[in-house]
Design a protein around this ligand. Structure first.
Ligand code: PLP
Length: 344
């Protein structure tokens, strides 16, 4: 092995989708925005179709075109950013369904693609995307006359089950949509875990499919293996890496592996994580460089040729915690330098 290797278990993604699907009586879509959270939208969408997914969501129309390529003509592909200026041709050509976010988008859509399916996104308090209650009150009759295929909103605090915002948004969503005969969707991964009041007709998990919190029971999906470039002896009192941030307290063996913050292993991770050799943890020491990480392998019986930094024991959320961020950001920043392998 000469380059860092990212292995994505498609079987685990399919299992996670099935498990989330089984938690609700609703239909379960799959969110594959940002290149399937950095894991490669074509193989991931392919595997999900195989598992039974019939509805996908992406952030922008360009991503939807790539998903259409991967999944063929059947599945619905929804676009969260709606119908943006210049999108009409992409939406039409690839049969994408925009989730319209404003009066302006509604007008644009009905003018450019009058018979083309669309959904509506409502803002229930997150103030990020979607029509506000006042817009909706005004446009509702017009919209319903055009037969939207979905009405959706998004929860701001679903990863905190006790947060009062959840119930507040649920009330707002019901107020805006009760009695409307259109399929409704409120929940992503976190909302699925909040229970059936939040499920409505369609759920839209993303992170849970890819093995991340808040879905604690998720099967891990990614492993990352880093080739060892060099192993050296370091005497007591010698330091390792930029800023001399680590000092040997015993005669040590330090392995230098080929990956760093340019590969999404954020510099902020600092200490507190391990790299594994055949399951045995070895502490990462010194600062993470752009392309290099140093690991204390003194306690290994045999010197390794590679070390694993992401696995079922040390997950994207463990790395995220060490870096002061969330698993979503670790996944989506893994980047293009890895050689990728897929377990089918
Ligand atoms: C990203 C996103 C999702 C998926 O969220 P997860 O927390 O990854 O499950 C669902 N809906 C919308 C609107 C999103 O932006």
């Amino acid at each position: 092995m000469t380059t860092a290797r990212l292995t994505i278990n498609l079987h685990s993604i399919a299992r996670n989708w099935r498990a989330l699907d089984a938690m609700t009586a609703a239909e379960t879509a799959a969110v594959v925005k940002a290149d399937a959270y950095g894991l490669g939208v074509e193989p991931v969408a392919d595997a999900l179709v195989e598992a039974g997914v019939r509805k996908f969501f992406v952030a922008v129309a360009e991503e939807g075109a790539a998903v259409r390529e991967a999944v063929g003509p059947g599945p619905m592909i929804g676009v969260f950013s709606g119908h943006m200026e210049g999108d009409a041709e992409l939406l039409r050509k690839h049969g994408l369904v925009p989730m319209l976010n404003s009066a302006q988008q509604l007008k644009r859509h009905l003018e450019a693609l009058p018979a083309h399916p669309f959904g509506i996104q409502l803002d229930t308090g997150m103030n990020r995307l979607g029509m506000e209650p006042a817009d909706w009150a005004e446009l509702r009759d017009l919209v319903l006359g055009q037969h939207p295929v979905l009405i959706m909103s998004h929860l701001a605090c679903a990863d905190e089950p006790d947060h009062p915002m959840n119930a507040k948004q649920l009330r707002a969503f019901k107020q805006m949509t009760d009695g409307v005969h259109v399929p409704r969707s409120l929940s992503a991964t976190g909302g699925i875990l909040l229970g059936r009041d939040y499920h409505f007709d369609l759920c839209r998990p993303g992170i849970g499919l890819y093995g991340g919190l808040p879905y604690e029971e998720a099967r891990p999906v990614v492993t990352v293996d880093l080739p060892v470039i060099q192993i050296r002896d370091v005497a007591v009192g010698e330091t390792v890496g930029y800023g001399n941030s680590w000092t040997a307290r015993r005669p040590s063996k330090i392995a230098t592996v080929a990956a760093g913050y340019a590969d999404g292993l954020h510099r902020a991770i600092g200490g507190g994580i391990d790299a594994f050799s055949a399951g045995q943890p070895c502490p990462v020491v010194g600062r993470i460089s752009m392309d290099l990480i140093t690991v204390d392998v003194t306690d290994l019986k045999e010197m390794p040729t590679s070390l694993r930094i992401l696995n079922g024991h040390q997950t994207v959320d463990d790395l995220a915690e060490a870096a002061g961020t969330i698993g979503y950001e670790i996944l989506t920043s893994l980047g293009s330098r890895y050689s990728r392998g897929y377990v089918e």
